[in-house]
Design a protein. Structure first.
Length: 409
């Protein structure tokens, strides 16, 4: 039996036997179908103009790191699973007639004709040699209107301490990691084997960005930063257990070339409602110091919820309030204990003229099931993509489920 047939049978089996495990709660009028299942560590995804879904996998499944999913009979469920690409990673996108996909150290592309990959064995490496360490290794990608590639290179560190994640270890000043990580790098979309020497450091001071998107309405890059860990554990004299659970903020930034968001020197304090100096650099929950000149975030969320995807909605299927607003997939926390873990849901932020125009709200919840714990959660939202009809696709990297969210007018 061919691999694709095996994958399809696995998906159908999982659909019938697992679909009742969770119920996703959404605003009135929204419905969902389970588009695909049992893909394993499904990370980001993209939908072609004809409705095929391409998913990037963090771990290989049947030797494949990318799956193309087709709904050939139009019933809202994928009935064809085609795997290719023998490398793992997170980022994926379609741009200027090519499918782009990232590993943890670079970016590949595949020529497409009529929204089909010409040759799945003919990957061209356009970016290579990026920092690839165990901590914050994933390389998320997005594209501007000219087709340039923007790549997150996460910092392999919590707060750039001399000894990482060691209580009492001071922060390094300046932080040497920032020369090759902790920011967003910009590359051309059609030059092979680019690396640091011919890319541009577009923005810095960002600990780790998994969710990012180019807002075409205002022509700017927006990113979601994963905030640092261990404020209460390292500094119980400054943070209570509860304050450590909600700090620092998970932040959204609107970036220009040259932006500096302040990591590792600064963090946003949800209690004080401002960007402050990190304790490793002499902060006492009052000092602002060098943080006064750093790029400010445009919206903040409770800490440790892990924003893994950001998408600006440009479709017409959803009600008018969602037009040009931001959807964020929060993967869910692991380090709030013994406080309850949080996240594991989709959030919506209304926007006007490129800036938040109202409070954030939970759009879809229930993915985790009864237990909001990393190992015990049934599903964890990870990627977002918009279909050509305006539907919203959501991926899960716990079991590899893909949901398709629609609105019934």
């Amino acid at each position: 039996m061919k691999k694709n047939s095996i994958a399809l049978l696995i998906g159908l089996f999982a659909f019938f036997h697992l679909s009742a495990q969770v119920s996703i709660k959404m605003p009135e009028g929204f419905t969902y179908s389970i588009f695909a299942d049992s893909l394993g560590r499904a990370r980001h995804l993209v939908v072609s103009e004809k409705g095929d879904v391409f998913v990037k996998l963090e771990k290989l499944k049947n030797g494949n790191g990318i799956y193309q999913l087709k709904d050939q009979n139009g019933d809202g469920v994928a009935d064809s699973y085609k795997g290719f690409g023998n490398y793992t990673g997170t980022g994926i996108g379609i741009n200027n007639g090519f499918l782009y996909a990232s590993s943890d150290e670079g970016v590949y592309r595949y020529k497409m004709t009529n929204n089909e990959v010409d040759d799945v064995n003919a990957a061209e490496k356009v970016v290579t040699g990026l920092v690839n360490k165990n901590q914050h290794a994933s390389k998320s990608i997005t594209f501007d209107k000219q087709g340039n590639i923007y790549v997150n290179i996460g910092a392999p560190s919590n707060a750039c301490q001399v000894q990482d994640r060691r209580k009492g270890s001071p922060g390094m000043m300046p932080c040497p990691i920032l020369d090759s990580a902790g920011g967003i790098w910009k590359f051309k979309n059609d030059v092979p084997l680019q690396s640091y020497n011919n890319g541009t450091k577009y923005a810095t001071g960002l600990r780790n960005v998994v969710g990012l998107d180019w807002n075409k309405e205002v022509n700017d890059l927006y990113v979601m930063q994963h905030g640092r860990d261990m404020l209460f554990q390292f500094y119980p004299d400054l943070f209570t257990q509860q304050e450590g659970a909600v700090n620092p903020a998970e932040e959204m930034f609107r970036l220009k070339q040259g932006s500096d968001a302040g990591w590792p020197y600064c963090y946003f304090d949800n209690g004080k409602k401002q960007k402050l100096l990190n304790p490793e650099y002499g902060g006492d929950r009052n000092k602002i110091d060098i943080c006064a000149d750093k790029t400010k975030s445009i919206i903040q969320f409770p800490g440790h919820m892990a924003p893994n995807a950001l998408l600006f909605y440009t479709g017409t299927m959803f009600p008018a309030k969602y037009k040009n607003g931001a959807f964020i997939a929060f993967h869910g926390s692991w380090n709030r204990s013994p406080e309850p873990q949080e996240g594991y849901f989709l959030v919506f932020v209304p926007f006007k003229d490129g800036m938040p125009s109202g409070d954030w709200e939970i759009f879809a919840d229930g993915f985790a099931g009864d237990k909001k714990q990393p190992g015990a959660a049934t599903y964890r939202p990870t990627g977002l993509a918009q279909g050509p009809d305006g539907s919203l696709y959501v991926s899960d990297d716990q079991k590899g489920r893909i949901w398709k969210i629609s609105y019934n007018k």
